[in-house]
Design a protein around this ligand. Structure first.
Ligand SMILES: NC(=O)c1ccc[n+]([C@@H]2O[C@H](COP(=O)([O-])OP(=O)(O)OC[C@H]3O[C@@H](n4cnc5c(N)ncnc54)[C@H](O)[C@@H]3O)[C@@H](O)[C@H]2O)c1
Length: 263
């Protein structure tokens, strides 16, 4: 019961493969009360209502690029909780250029801006809203999910690489302000490739998934283990960890070459 009595907002649960779905389930197992949120269009397509029922959680629709929607999300969440939140998960990503098959050397910049807005600026907007509405308790915890393409080149990840670099930078910069004012910590978790809707949208994902699995001494970290890590970061056991990009990748990020890959 690591999260007993805590209250949290979980974005990005689309279906049972979503990383956020596993995080939501684990939060409730650990004694937390949660609110689920996703883009209204995803809520219509997805299976989030089944999760909501299982977790006894309301679903509050919010396009994470809309400040108005975010304000409504935090307002309604605080009404539901009868107070501020203890933790928030940002688990949102989408690349328009990847979706439309545009190569990196010929990107459409309007689409790129949309990608940055959805995948990275939404994180700033979330923290901005939390800041403005004073929606998180002192010693609260904010986590966003990211990928190692922010630091290293993975050509098929395309403009999502820059989105993740921006996302990680927002965690550091807003982490300063939220830490100084409220002792709130902000971290990003850099997760292994994971078989989800967003993951499988990347070209050659299955082959790459197998490669990363071989390269990592512990193998790819599954979504369930990522959820465990998020629980640790929401819990009081990590109160002084902030402004970090934390690799949750079975050791992949530290490897140069693994003979298993050559075989
Ligand atoms: N799957 C992987 O290989 C992998 C690896 C590392 C990091 N990540 C990151 O994990 C996070 C979650 O992705 P996932 O793999 O669980 O895939 P997913 O497709 O299940 O989740 C992505 C979520 O983003 C939501 N979303 C998209 N646009 C939105 C908007 N405008 N407003 C609100 N929500 C919106 C979608 O509805 C969906 O629920 C993403 O940030 C992703 O980049 C994924």
């Amino acid at each position: 019961m690591l999260l007993k009595g805590k209250k949290g907002i979980i974005s990005g649960a689309l279906d049972s493969q979503s990383i956020a779905w596993k995080v939501a389930e684990r939060c409730v197992e650990e004694g937390a009360q949660i609110v689920l949120t996703n883009a209204p269009v995803a809520m219509r397509m997805g299976e989030i209502n089944a999760l909501a029922e299982k977790c006894n959680a309301p679903v509050i629709g919010a396009d994470a690029t809309s400040m108005e929607d975010l304000q409504n999300l935090f307002q309604k969440s605080m009404e539901h909780f009868g107070g501020k939140a203890d933790f928030v998960l940002h688990s949102i990503g989408m690349s328009v250029n990847v979706r439309k098959g545009k190569p990196y050397t010929d990107l459409n910049y309007e689409w790129m801006q949309k990608t940055f807005d959805v995948s990275a600026i939404s994180f700033h907007k979330m923290m901005h809203t939390i800041w403005k509405m004073d929606a998180i308790k002192d010693w609260g915890s904010i986590v966003a999910l990211t990928y190692i393409a922010a630091q290293r080149v993975f050509p098929d990840y395309s403009e999502m690489a820059e989105s993740k670099a921006l996302l990680e930078s927002f965690a550091r910069s807003f982490g300063y302000h939220l830490g100084t004012a409220k002792k709130v910590r902000v971290n990003t978790v850099s997760q292994s490739p994971t078989m989800t809707t967003a993951g499988q949208g990347v070209k050659g994902f299955s082959e790459f998934y197998a490669y990363a699995d071989k390269m990592s001494p512990l193998g790819n970290a599954p979504a369930e283990a990522c959820a465990d890590y998020c629980i640790a970061l929401f819990s009081d056991l990590t109160r002084y960890v902030t402004m970090q990009n934390l690799f949750h990748d079975g050791g992949f990020s530290t490897m140069g070459m693994n003979p298993a890959v050559l075989q």
